[in-house]
Write a protein that binds this ligand. Sequence first.
Ligand code: THU
Length: 148
Amino acid sequence: MKDKDKDHDTELDRQKLIKMAMAEIDHAYAPYSGFYVAAAVLMNNGRVYTGVNIENASYPATVCAERNGIFKAISEDKRAKIAAIAIVGGKDGKITDYCAPCGVCRQVMREFSEPSSMKIIMAKDVDDYREMTLAELLPYSFGPDALK
Ligand code: THU
């Protein structure tokens, strides 16, 4: 078994995850909305992947920070599940409020996590955040099991 496939201790360091998201916010490409978002995705093998929102002149082609982070993670760690995600966002990159994930991102999280244990950390700062599970943010959800 390769080291990257082992289950690491995913003891959740919330401050570290929030810091990693905050460090990326300036990389967001948001010339149309001016709303910058960054996310740090902790997988159950201990790896962390970050993502930012990337907008497009054809507006619907925009992809949220959360999905960019999750798709990076799944591309690299196909069998891993999401343990937690930290999200920060704000107009012009200034974080003044808690940024909740959009509905599409919640559904993408549903595909690659255990909803009752996956944690969504919406942060204003390293020591100022709200935390909810995916099951709380996406109740009575549709997931892979439905298609078995
Ligand atoms: N956005 C995210 O990146 N994540 C969210 O959960 C909410 C919205 C982005 C998409 C778009 O670039 C901008 O914020 C305004 O909607």
